[in-house]
Design a protein around this ligand. Sequence first.
Ligand code: GDP
Length: 372
Amino acid sequence: NQDEEKLTEYLDELEFLAFTAGATVQKRFTQKLTQPDSKTFIGSGKAIEIKEYVKENEIGTVIFDDELSPSQLKNLEREMEVKILDRTNLILDIFAQRAQTSYARTQVELAQYQYLLPRLTRMWTHLERQKGGIGMRGPGETEIETDRRIIRDRITLLKEKLKTIDKQMATQRNNRGKVVRAALVGYTNVGKSTLMNSISKSEVFAENKLFATLDTTVRKVVIGNLPFLLTDTVGFIRKLPTQLVESFKSTLDEVREADLLIHVVDISHESFEDHIESVNHILMEINAHQKPMIMIFNKIDDFSYEKKDEDDLTPSTRKNISLEEWKKTWMAKSKYPTVFISALTKENFPEMKKMIYDEVMKIHISRFPYND
Ligand code: GDP
């Protein structure tokens, strides 16, 4: 069943997010509703079922795969007597954990305050006195309890601070001159940093967790005597909190101002086509969807395929489509130069480098028509 497959994939992703934030998931609950309950998101029977499970197993946190409204969050916490996190809060928490530079920290702090403002009266701030744990990093409890005006002032201040940094970064980008700029884009954890490392021979942090990269890294790369700048950007994700899209302006400006987008896809992931859609959606949102692009399907070394029996009549699923079939489909479907590689084993690297070289060269020639 397609819907159930999707649901499992979504919850797999949420579990991976929870793992990245430092939690272990004990149990999954699902419910089919025509629309979410306006007061408690889930039905009351389901809420009781979860509450009992939480009590019996001494669970510390319940995580929802959607953004809950402030009142839903409050009602659920009151009813279940446990800390509730939603997807947005979880992602913000991971960002807070990973922010390295003061710029990234400022961006995350702003996004956290914006998320917090309408949710100031949350119950667990009174219930749970000790600091720390998921959802508690960043703005501390005492600040949560202070009045909204102080937080609004803080938001204004952070926005001003970011504006100053944004200006500095824009100047920096201008000073890079007319060198062609390529930006790696893609869903989180597809191998962008790994690829960046192997193309530029630099050491960018790569890890099998979501959002290893928060700050952009810019490297000068030379392929066949042709120099260009390569930027590694923050990974995109389904339902990226809007607060983050807004506050990561400079990071996304790197994408917006790039001459060429290198869209990296993890073809070993069952939902890779959904990931492509999510990334394209965000590119559209930031108005960067009409740039020249190269599609790089990564991790072909990790592609698994369940061969179907000749007389098996069950319909095909993603799992029994072979790599060759995917290649054919995407070569035909893609409007862009497309290549299939492994950043780990470097399979098809020459082909990929030639493709990047050709695209960068096209842009270079259009910029310096009289040079050669
Ligand atoms: P990013 O979030 O897109 O920057 O992804 P990373 O570069 O951090 O990689 C995420 C994970 O995928 C890491 O554990 C990498 O080692 C792994 N990875 C990257 N490229 C490949 C590949 O070609 N094959 C396999 N099997 N794993 C890869």
